[in-house]
Each structure stands twice: as C-alpha cells, then as structure tokens.
Design a protein around this ligand. Structure first.
Ligand SMILES: Cc1ccc(Cn2cc(C(N)=O)ccc2=O)c(C)c1
Length: 317
C-alpha cells in the first residue's frame, strides 16, 4: 500500500512534467506511447487507491461528471476591457496622452491579441483552485472543471504561491479545422471561427466535451502582481512563464510609439503564419507605477490600448 502511494506520487510528478514539456515547451522528451502507458498506470492505481488521488493529478484532465449549471464567480479584481485603436493616428494619440501624463521616459510592452475567451485562474499555495470566464468584468461563470482539461494550464505551479492570473483560452486553427470537419461529417452546424468554437467548448457543462476540443491557453497578466512585489508588466509575464504558465513568446518591449507601430505592421503581415488566430495587438505601458499614475476610466485602463486588425479577408473555399 505504501509502495502504491509512492508509485502514484512518482507517476503524478512524471506525467505533469511530460504535460509541461509537450504543451507548454512544445518539446516532449518521451514518445506519446510512453506517456499513455504511464497515464494508464496512474489511472488504474488511483482507481484502486482513491485516497491517494490529489487535485493536481493529471488524471483530472480528462473531465469528470457533467455539471447541472455553472456557479457565479465575483472577480476580486475586476477584469477591465481595452479601448481600441484602428489606425496609426489612434496609436500616436494614445502615446501623446500617455506622455503628457507620465513624461517621455515611457516603455511599452506589445503582445499579440489572441482571438479567444478571456479567463481568470486562481491558485492557492501553487495549486489551481478556480477558473472563471470574464463575464461582465465583475461577475463571471465558474468553468474550473473545463479549464482543467486544457493541458497547458498547470494544475500545480513551480512555486507554492497564491495568485490570480488572466489569460486567453483559445482553439488553435488546426483543432478548429478538424472540429468543423467532424461536424460537417455529422451534418452538425459549423462554428464560424475559432473564437466561437472556444467559447462554445468552455460553455459545455460536460467537461468531457471540453476535453475533446483541444483548447489551449496563453496567460497574459497577473491580477495581484504588486502584492507579489513585481513592478512591471514585462516582469510579470517573465515570472508567470518561470513558474509554469504558457506565455506567448511574441512579446516585445518598445522604447517609443514608432517601435510599437513597427511591431504592429510586422505582425499584421505575419498573422497568417500563426497556428492560432489573433485580432490585433495589445499595447501596455510597462511600468506599474506609470500605470497607477494614468489610472482607468469606468470601463478601461488609460495605460493600455488594443490595436485591432481589419477583419481578415475570408477566402471562401
Ligand atoms: C496516445 C497519446 C498519448 C499522448 C499524446 C500527447 N501527449 C504526449 C506527451 C509526451 N509525449 O510527453 C505528453 C502529453 C500528451 O498529451 C498523444 C498525442 C497520444
């Protein structure tokens, strides 16, 4: 019995590591069959010794019983929405307003705006405890069970830290094409785009359906960064990556708005090459002190803006 508990702990650590290598680093160190064999062993041992099953066990990712309804969740820190920019002039106006307030010594961070569903994920002592949709920014829906099926979401962080992260759950283009192909074969209604498919998948009460949709997640913010002594957005992103989250690598610190505009144009060009859809670029003032100085309107922060790409010309096949 003691041997079983030790073996279960060993398998749990090993499989969590393999998940991280495969889904976060995109660099598996073992063949899929090896992963599968070990997962089957863990599931069998947890069946035999349920008392040794823990909430960070990778066996929790295949989806449990369907829920009757989603519970409501109040976001301790509201999830703000971003004002939009549609052209270079809007970006220069944003930059002028920022520099009028905080002076010319300002650094921006540019990130790809993933076209998915904004979610909030809470961890206590390093363990994933709850995940919710954005909802209206203050009240969202508890989709913890569905988020557990996203393999790149760590069930346990590399540090025993209590935090709330924000991210975008999305469906990669390849998963979207495969899913619509399947639905077409079954004569079911097709999803219009990956964003709708991701939203529809996370709104399923049955987590086994969410698990079958191959969703993914990029984490892009830390709601309680300052509690953790972090002083800039770029430092928050590096920290999130270091403790085990999947953070989008195509981020860049820019010393001025001209560099921001170069980044925006570069990714407008390169957008079709990405394995996921983006609908623009998010630009944030990097320093939290300067973010504080700029503050927020009732709806959105004055220290960030979302540059929206024109809707991609859909080539109807
Ligand atoms: C049968 C089977 C098992 C696992 C996987 C994918 N995969 C692989 C690994 C791995 N190699 O470290 C880790 C997690 C995981 O989900 C596939 C595609 C098929």
């Amino acid at each position: 019995r003691q041997a079983a508990q030790t073996r279960i702990e060993e398998l749990r650590e090993l499989l969590n590591k393999y998940n991280y290598e495969y889904y976060v680093l995109d660099r598996p160190s073992v063949p899929d069959a090896e992963y599968d064999r070990l997962m089957q062993e863990l599931i069998a041992l947890e069946e035999q010794y349920p008392e040794f099953k823990t909430k960070d066990s990778p066996s929790q990712r295949v989806g449990g019983q369907p829920l009757d309804a989603f519970q409501k969740v109040e976001h301790r820190i509201p999830m703000l929405s971003l004002a939009n920019a549609f052209n270079e002039g809007d970006l220069r106006d944003f930059d002028r307003r920022v520099r009028q307030e905080v002076g010319d010594d300002v650094t921006y961070v540019c990130e790809l705006k993933i076209d998915g569903l904004a979610v909030s994920v809470r961890y206590e002592d390093g363990y994933f405890v709850q995940g919710a949709t954005r909802g209206d920014g203050v009240t969202g829906e508890d989709i913890t069970e569905n988020l557990k099926t996203i393999r790149s979401l760590p069930l346990r962080l590399k540090e025993a830290v209590t935090l709330e992260a924000r991210g975008e759950a999305y469906m990669p283009k390849a998963s979207f094409e495969r899913l619509n192909e399947q639905r077409k074969q079954r004569g079911e209604e097709l999803f219009a785009n990956p964003r709708n498919a991701a939203a529809g998948s996370l709104r399923q009460l049955d987590p086994k359906i969410a698990a079958s949709r191959h969703l993914d997640l990029f984490v892009y913010g830390l709601a309680n960064a300052e509690e953790l002594g972090i002083d800039s957005h770029s430092a928050a992103l590096d920290y999130l990556q270091a403790i085990g989250f999947k953070v989008n690598p195509e981020r860049r610190r820019c010393a001025n708005i001209d560099e921001v505009i170069r980044f925006v144009n570069e990714w407008h060009e390169k957008r079709p090459q990405l394995p996921y859809e983006i609908d623009g670029i998010v630009i944030k003032v990097d320093s939290f002190e300067q973010q504080e100085q700029l503050g927020a309107t009732a709806k959105s922060p004055r220290w960030a803006i979302a540059y929206k790409f024109p809707a991609e010309e859909v080539v109807t096949k």
